[in-house]
Design a protein around this ligand. Structure first.
Ligand code: ATP
Length: 221
């Protein structure tokens, strides 16, 4: 394989709604890891939480509005086109099928996601398809003991350059600028009739207002 093919980043989430915490991390990842681009992949049917109170299509539309004008960030709708629960391992397999076996792929996970990784479908197979890039999230820590901690330790690398040298299989922890923004808080503000302005892009807020999203009971899920 060519060791110098630029990696592609993958950031999955419910994006309910997308906010500046996601976007700032995504852009910093592109620059720090010298990614060709990073794909934000809205989850259609999350396996681990209740169905979000706005549709997958609406969440994807907001991701598209948020990344418009930044070609290094893209919205990838593949989970919307698949039936059943949206398992990340299936998404990575589908990306591999499309991109071929040589291109490095970097799956980005926040500390919060890593804390429950061993409940994910075929979680240990994630590294067959991609590297794992773990980013800090205010209020969360990485597991120190147990199966996930051991597995992370076995595959850990320390330099971003190592992610360019093979297509998958390494774990890198990266400190980015921490922005303490969560979609849960944005939904709560909207449900209380308060403004989440400046926590998320203006076009996303316009979309929320036009479609009257998150006005009801503020489903905290
Ligand atoms: P919710 O509050 O509904 O749980 P969220 O804000 O955590 O939503 P998700 O769509 O669940 O957003 O997050 C997708 C991914 O982005 C996860 O890997 C998560 O760790 C990461 N992420 C979310 N918010 C931030 C943030 N402020 N900074 C860095 N990463 C974030």
């Amino acid at each position: 394989m060519s060791p110098q093919v630029a990696p592609i980043g993958v950031l999955g989430g419910t994006f309910n709604p997308i906010h500046h915490g996601h976007l700032r991390s995504a852009l910093e990842l592109v620059e720090r890891l010298e990614l060709e681009h990073l794909r934000l992949i809205p989850c259609a049917r999350p396996p681990h939480r209740e169905a979000p109170d706005c549709s997958a299509r609406q969440r994807a539309a907001m991701v598209e509005l948020a990344v418009a004008g930044e070609p290094r960030l893209r919205c990838d709708r593949r989970e919307l086109e698949r039936a059943g629960l949206s398992y990340t391992v299936d998404t990575l397999a589908s990306l591999r099928g499309e991109l071929g076996g040589e291109r490095p792929l970097c799956l980005v996970l926040g500390f919060d996601a890593v804390a429950t990784l061993d409940s994910w479908h075929r979680w240990q197979a994630l590294l067959d398809y991609a590297h794992l890039v773990i980013i800090a999230r205010p209020g969360w820590a990485l597991p120190q003991h147990g199966a996930v901690a051991e597995w992370l330790g076995r595959h850990r690398v320390t330099e971003p350059a190592e992610l360019r040298q093979r297509p998958a299989g390494a774990v890198l922890t990266l400190a980015l600028r921490p922005l303490a923004i969560a979609s849960t808080d944005i939904r709560a503000l909207l449900a209380e009739g308060r403004s989440p302005r400046f926590l998320l892009p203006e076009p996303v807020l316009d979309y929320i207002e036009t479609h009257q999203l998150y006005r009801g009971t503020g489903n905290g899920a």
